[in-house]
Design a protein around this ligand. Structure first.
Ligand code: SF4
Length: 457
């Protein structure tokens, strides 16, 4: 099948990481430019593979190069709505190629070629051949496929511009639709290969957290492959219109997470937030000191006011977990009127990187726009508190309410864990994040663990 490609092609290479020491070159990524795009077209020259710009043999070891992948596909049953779904598989299928690492999606792709594969004679045209064969195999409705790989800087820049306008057109299509207008939602378990309990719920208001798949894309994908990783979920009974809790979504999450979780709230980061895989475009995180929420995206390289960067934030909640006070999300969700509505929506957002704030500015209520801090306004929790006070941010009202005397209910507990557990901490007082005007304070909390791992840097 892949006779003339000098490296192996197999799903067993998915998850292969190429560290800087083993890297021949880096393609696209945060320090360069790149994108991937699938277009359904009537006029496709089947089997055509073209590399525009330097091939790997003309590149210098250790350097970074611009990189774009354009896949044009045609077929009688192919619809434009399938472009996003086919495109989302580029990540997985590229990673079948031994010595080729692909991360992220759309114009955030970040790839590396391993030194060993380069030494075996692997070239970008071989990547094109592998994609061409594997995509036809995975999607029998693709009758013709042509691949163009760009590495010449100017061509890549032009291509990225075109790709971004295609993404915007796809994203805006779902904006006029809301959860009330449809009878079905969709689920996606494509990321279970590395996050086994993760299931994305995609509604018109909440596109997939990778940002690559919206409700229309799912509708087209589920129609052509009902047994595939994207499936239909009847809407079921609405249990809570504010948090976005539905009977059928709870059942789906329980089923697809192998009973790890039994509930999901679409529009909250508290209680039962959406699971997070690792592909999310951004993370929403609770800031207990101001009872507000911050959002940081993958491209933001600095520290959040919490003193940690996106990568550390992502580490807290990825892998298919539901973590109270954290949720992976896509930037497009921030344009939905239901955006974190159970937590207060934009009235609860206190910090955003400037780049994201500018992208979603139109969706932020006008009176809140200058009350939400960015990295240009604050760099620490202390400064954030000052900023929110100066701007009279609505969270101040929440803080005042929370600071008001609470009607206290004390629950005494004496339980000790069953089994072989070790007590490794005792904390005199600890507040845990909650919503809905409730404060939970643990007094004299004892923390037990089944195993304690001590790692030295
Ligand atoms: S992030 Fe969600 S929608 Fe996107 S590929 Fe993964 S499981 Fe599917």
């Amino acid at each position: 099948m892949f006779g003339d490609i000098p490296v192996e092609i197999s799903p067993m290479y998915e998850g292969e990481r190429i560290r800087a020491a083993n890297m021949f070159v880096e393609l696209a990524g945060p320090k360069s430019v790149g994108a991937e795009l699938v277009l359904v077209s009537d006029d496709v020259e089947d089997g055509k593979i073209e590399v525009i710009g330097p091939e790997l043999k003309d590149m210098e070891e250790g350097k970074k190069y611009p990189f774009g992948i354009l896949m044009e596909v045609s077929g009688e049953k192919l619809e434009k709505d399938l472009e996003g779904v086919i495109e989302r598989r580029i990540h997985e299928i590229c990673n079948y190629v031994q010595g080729f690492m692909h991360l992220n999606q759309r114009d955030k792709i970040w790839c590396r070629i391993g030194k060993d594969s380069h030494a075996k004679g692997f070239e970008l045209k071989h990547l094109g051949q592998a994609l061409s064969t594997l995509f036809k195999d995975e999607f029998p409705i693709i009758e013709a496929i042509s691949i163009t790989i760009f590495t010449e800087e100017e061509k890549v820049k032009e291509f990225v511009e075109k790709a971004v306008s295609e993404y915007q057109a796809r994203d805006s299509k779902a904006r006029d639709l809301s959860e009330e207008d449809v009878d079905v939602f969709y689920g996606c378990i494509m990321c279970q290969s590395f996050a086994p309990t993760h299931v994305c719920i995609i509604t018109p208001d909440r596109p997939a957290l990778c940002g690559g798949i919206n409700w229309f894309d799912c509708r087209a994908a589920a129609k052509i492959d009902p047994e595939g990783p994207i499936f239909e979920i009847p809407k079921g009974d609405l249990l809570d219109p504010v948090s976005g809790e539905y009977t059928t979504l709870n059942a789906t999450v329980a089923d697809k997470s192998q009973s790890t979780f039994d509930k999901v709230y679409l529009h909250s980061i508290f209680g039962h937030p959406h699971t997070s895989c690792g592909c999310f475009e951004a993370v929403a995180f609770y800031i207990p000191e101001v009872d507000g929420i911050g959002i940081v995206h993958r491209d933001f390289k600095g520290d959040t006011p919490m003193g940690i960067p996106f990568s550390a934030m992502a580490g807290q909640c990825s892998g298919g977990k539901q973590v109270e006070g954290f949720a992976g999300l896509c930037v497009e969700y921030m344009r939905s009127p239901k955006f974190l509505q159970a937590d207060g929506g934009y009235e609860r957002i206190v910090w955003l990187p400037k780049e994201i704030k500018e992208k979603v500015l139109e969706s932020i209520p006008e009176e809140l726009r200058d009350k939400i801090a960015t990295e240009e306004d604050v760099s620490s929790i202390h400064n954030l508190k000052k900023f929110l006070n100066e701007k009279d941010h609505p969270v101040l009202k929440r803080i005042a309410e929370l600071d008001a005397p609470f009607e206290e209910q004390v629950v005494e507990t004496e339980a000790e864990p069953a089994g072989e557990f070790v007590q490794f901490a005792q904390i005199p007082e600890m507040a845990i994040p909650t919503s809905g005007g409730i404060k939970i304070i643990l007094k004299n909390a004892k923390i037990y663990a089944e195993k304690i791992i001590i790692k030295k840097k």
